[in-house]
Design a protein around this ligand. Structure first.
Ligand SMILES: *Cc1c(COP(=O)(O)O)cnc(C)c1O
Length: 550
């Protein structure tokens, strides 16, 4: 008998197993006339497909999440958020009045909540001083339990931010072969500790909990899951309702996980981590704060002098934080937000922070049948620059634009290169122009005009007016059809697309001998011309137009 069969509630064992696999061998196919499920034949207006029931375990999303975490689809169960995964574990394994779970407190309250709802006993093992996880201490706290079915470990821990050493998790799992150790990695992406998903294939009693709520910003879509041995995953799947995941949420999650968006997601996480590291020492200087705990999550745990006074003050300033007095006296969990939000929080804690103007960061996603593109720009930072269009030469060109333009650019594109480079080049230019346009907002304070001149034997001149009115002129010819896989004839096209989507007048003139130089000179000069045009001048709030509008 497998561990899953030995631990499952008899009621769950008696249920017919759900078929969680992809719907292979469906003899009807896409053209099938569906008169089987009492669905309405008419989709809701504007939401095609939503009149049909979703797949019980959506194969596409399951495969995408399994790939994200590096496991096989059978080792992954998609759930309605991590909360639902915790509930399913409790309902699959805990017999009311007989079984117990252990939690390492202070920690996420949902573990005890769902266990109690299921009628199980909850054993609390205290984390050490500084919220350190001590494997021996945890084992000592649970040693007399005969029916300990689940032990929850949260790393990095909510609300304290403390990571647990993977070695300690494995020690506990080894010492408790008849207990399922559930490692909650909801915040893993914000820390440096490795995931333990790979260990799941090595042992029977380890399960890893995942969610797209935190790192992928999908809290509203309610998508999470469990990584575990296939038999265990199938067992937990029996306790799930027939159609737990709304079609719209499945689609949002699949889109978020598209490889083209990976780089922008990673850049966002890097930004949140950098903000956390900026905030921690600043908050430690606050007269209201006694202690800031180091954190590997997207939040900081503080101990404050006077929680009641702080609560009153924060409410007045319309800033919401979580008070976690049960974790530590005066405990406050502060989520890391945007730079502007964090600065507001600092001021609320009486730490001087400049009231920066509006952020000039923008993100654009552009998905068509030909290309999928995600781009993030930040006009007030020079780094990072990470570009992957699928065309190395064009990557190099866009990198020139950002480097010489003095802005951060993260852009990735999954394009139909099997046809040719045309769609990718054009669509990347459109997406980049839109992102720059969005980052400029009302275009207050900017230089607006730019120009630049020669390079080696080649002369490239680019004149720019970020006027709000698209216009493009290109004077120049190329003898070679391609540089690498990049078609030189796309160059005028790129600047036209940029002019249209950025709503700018862009005049390019190039002459010289070598086509590689000429193309490169156009992009470099464009970056150079952009730099003064994007830059904030003087007091930074005036519209650079006598008309008063751009
Ligand atoms: C947020 C969170 C989860 C899961 O959240 P869902 O939105 O339900 O996916 C799980 N564990 C911890 C510790 C969390 O903080």
């Amino acid at each position: 008998m497998s561990l899953a069969e030995r631990l499952a509630r008899p009621e769950v064992l008696a249920l017919a197993p759900f078929d969680l696999g992809p719907r292979h061998g469906d003899p009807f196919g896409a053209e099938t006339i569906k008169l089987d499920a009492n669905e309405n034949p008419f989709p809701p207006l504007g939401a095609p497909g939503v009149n049909r029931y979703p797949e019980p375990q959506p194969a596409g999303l399951r495969a995408a999440m399994a790939a994200l975490y590096g496991v096989a689809p059978e080792q992954f169960l998609v759930t309605r958020g991590g909360d639902d995964a915790i509930d399913l574990l409790c309902r699959t394994f805990l017999r009311p009045g007989e079984d117990a779970v252990a939690v390492c407190v202070p920690t996420f309250s949902a573990y005890a909540h769902f266990a109690r709802l299921q009628g199980a006993r909850v054993i609390e093992a205290r984390l050490e001083h500084d919220f350190a996880f001590n494997a021996e201490g945890v084992l000592a706290a649970v040693q007399r339990e005969t029916n300990l079915k689940l032990l929850f470990v949260c790393s990095p821990n909510n609300p304290t931010g403390t990571p647990v050493d993977p070695v300690d998790v494995l020690r506990v799992a080894e010492a408790l072969p008849d207990t399922l150790v559930v490692l909650d990695e909801a915040y893993l992406e914000f820390g440096t500790a490795p995931s333990l998903v790979a260990e799941v294939t090595q042992r029977e009693n380890l399960i890893v909990l995942k969610t797209l709520s935190k790192a992928f910003g999908l809290a509203g879509a309610r998508i999470g899951g469990l990584v575990g041995p296939a038999e265990l995953i199938a067992m937990v799947g029996r306790a799930a309702p027939p159609y737990p995941l709304p079609t719209l949420c499945i689609d949002a999650a699949v889109a978020a996980l598209s490889p083209a968006r990976r780089a922008v997601h990673e850049e966002r996480i890097a930004q949140i981590v950098a903000e956390r590291e900026r905030l921690a020492p600043l908050l430690a200087t606050s007269p209201m704060v006694k202690r800031v705990h180091p954190s590997a999550g997207n939040f900081l745990f503080l101990e404050v002098e006077d929680a009641a006074a702080l609560a009153e003050r924060l409410q007045r300033l319309c800033i919401r934080v979580r008070f976690r007095d049960n974790a530590a006296p005066g405990g406050v969990r502060l989520t890391v937000g945007t730079r502007q939000e964090n600065d507001a929080a600092l001021r609320a804690f009486e730490v001087p922070a400049p009231a920066l103007p509006r952020s000039r960061r923008a993100e654009v996603v552009r998905d068509t049948r030909e290309t999928k593109i995600a781009v993030a720009v930040d006009l007030d930072r020079a780094e990072p620059r990470r570009i992957d269009t699928g065309l190395p030469f064009f990557d190099h060109m866009l990198d020139q634009v950002a480097a010489h333009g003095g802005f951060s650019l993260v852009l990735s594109c999954e394009g139909d290169h099997q046809i040719d480079a045309h769609h990718s080049v054009e669509d990347c230019a459109i997406a980049l122009g839109s992102a720059l346009g969005q980052a400029l907002g009302e275009r207050r304070g900017i230089g607006r005009f730019g120009f630049a001149l020669p390079m080696d034997e080649t002369e490239a001149q680019v004149l720019i007016d970020l006027s709000g009115r698209p216009f493009s002129r290109f004077d120049g010819e190329f003898a070679a059809s391609h540089v690498g896989a990049y078609p030189t004839e796309m160059t005028p096209h790129v600047f036209r697309s940029l002019a249209d989507s950025l709503r700018a007048a862009i005049h390019v003139r190039v002459q010289g001998e070598n086509d590689h130089h000429k193309v490169e000179a156009c992009f470099k000069a464009f970056g150079r011309a952009l730099r003064p045009a994007l830059a904030i001048e003087g007091r930074g709030d005036a519209l650079p137009s006598t008309k008063g509008v751009l």
